[in-house]
Ligand binder design. Structure first.
Ligand code: XUL
Ligand code: CO
Length: 437
């Protein structure tokens, strides 16, 4: 049985095609920078947006028309599994991601909830076997249910902390069973609304201990996934503890957890933190902590997490530039943590949105590869810092100077000559590369 009978397999047809159900740039087998495109771009479907979400927003209810709408309860959960695999197969998406509560409904007790989860995990396992599609990452939803009103790992209520630990334990078992490449922690409610009622130190200590217990349990059961933390500065809480890449890295270093984690960076979260996406990637890359991407984009005129499909080529290019400079994402991938707009309510829109995102990343990859091959930015950066490669600059980078020796040098009163940063020229060259490919 097909849930999307009017849509066939999406194929690469090149940039001149007028077929909206075809790729213009994403050509999985095309070699770019020495590797197949589908190895560079390990695209992943976000279950919560594609299958579970219905287009509701704070002002209105769901609008989406979906082929699984006629089902409810566990039948709905099963229909979503089948639809997910049809969607991924037709789009050529080889990975997916989910929260435990996206795939199966909560029961009236934790036991019943776990039983529901087991039934769907079994079904997922069968579909993964028959299609070869893999789990990029899974995670525990420790933020939707009212019990998490004060947080999960950072809650003020020890019973909720214990419940969160139980849910996390089960999620690690699910990840192991499905062979997940990564396991993600996004601290939806890990933050605070006001310091007036908050013991920040206890909350952070407890959160670190939850991570420590997770590391221990993963080792105990032989779950060798890469652990990832997903930074976000605000929303739902006013101040999220994992504010951005730099804050999250500092947190991990403070608690001696850094070697167990990398980061799952999301474009819209970067925007909310007042950063560009490429800034977040650069910070993580320099620490050897660039793990995986949640690919989407925000709207600079709207102050919340709009999770739009990524279509901004400027950003996808600079993102793939960082990824290539990182020598890839290893076990990570490019997860479309993105939802169709509320008015894009038809099933076809799910396909068109993913095609748009995949093409934007494929184009970004091709342009970034050429920028690197032609050393466009590398040469510009080299020129800009040339003074550090000889004379006094080489002494500084060789750490052979003191304040006194530098003072002596400055007192010789040589004329200081600055050169232009040529920012506008570089932007123009980037435009040329984007237009040419
Ligand atoms: C929320 C968000 C999450 C994480 C997974 O902003 O990005 O969906 O990706 O919990
Ligand atoms: Co995300």
């Amino acid at each position: 049985m097909s849930y999307f009978p009017s849509i066939g397999t999406i194929a690469y047809e090149g940039s001149r095609t007028s077929n909206p159900f075809a790729f213009q740039h994403y050509n999985p087998e095309q070699i770019v920078a020495g590797k197949r495109m589908d190895e560079h771009l390990r695209f992943s479907l976000a279950y919560w947006h594609a299958l579970t979400g219905g287009g509701s927003d704070p002002f209105g209810s769901a609008t989406a028309v979906r082929p699984w709408d006629r089902f409810s309860g566990m039948d709905l959960a099963k229909a979503r599994v089948e639809s997910a695999f049809e969607l991924m197969t037709k789009l050529g998406i080889r990975y997916y991601c989910f929260h435990d509560r996206d795939i199966a409904p909560e029961g009236s007790t934790l036991q019943e909830t776990n039983r529901n989860l087991d039934v769907i995990v079994e079904l997922l396992e069968q579909h993964m076997k028959s299609t070869g599609i893999k789990l990029l990452w899974n995670t525990a939803c420790l933020f939707t249910h009212p019990r998490f009103m004060h947080g999960a790992g950072t809650t003020s209520n020890a019973d909720v902390y214990a419940y969160s630990a139980a849910q996390l334990k089960k999620s690690l078992e699910v990840g192991k069973r499905l062979g997940a490449d990564n396991y993600v922690f996004w601290g939806g409610r890990e933050g605070y609304e006001t310091l007036l009622n908050t013991d920040m130190k206890l909350e952070l200590d407890n959160l670190a201990f939850l991570y420590r217990m997770a590391i221990d349990y993963a080792q105990e059961i032989g779950f060798d996934a890469q652990f990832l933390i997903e930074p976000k500065p605000k929303e739902p809480t006013k101040h999220q503890y994992d504010f951005d890449a730099a804050t999250t890295i500092a947190f991990l270093q403070t608690y001696g957890l850094q070697e167990h984690f990398k980061l799952n960076l999301e474009a819209n979260h970067a925007t909310l933190a007042g950063h560009t996406f490429e800034h977040e990637l650069r910070v993580a890359r320099h620490q050897g902590m660039l793990g995986s991407l949640d690919a989407n984009q925000g709207d600079l005129l709207i102050g919340w997490d709009t999770d739009e499909f990524p279509t901004d080529l400027y950003t996808t290019t600079l993102t793939m530039y960082e990824v290539l400079k990182n020598d890839g994402l290893g076990r990570g991938g490019i997860n479309f943590d993105a939802k169709v707009r509320r008015a894009s309510f038809e099933p076809e829109d799910l396909f068109l949105a993913h095609i748009a995102g995949m093409d934007a990343y494929a184009k970004g990859l091709k342009v970034a590869a050429r920028l690197i091959e032609d050393r466009v930015l590398d040469d510009a950066v080299d020129r800009r810092y040339a003074t550090f490669r000889e004379g006094i600059g080489a002494d500084i980078t060789g750490r052979r100077t003191t304040l006194a020796s530098l003072e002596q040098y400055a007192l010789e009163n040589r004329p200081i000559v600055n050169v232009s940063g040529r920012q506008e020229r570089l932007k123009s060259v980037l435009n040329q590369y984007l237009l040419e490919e």
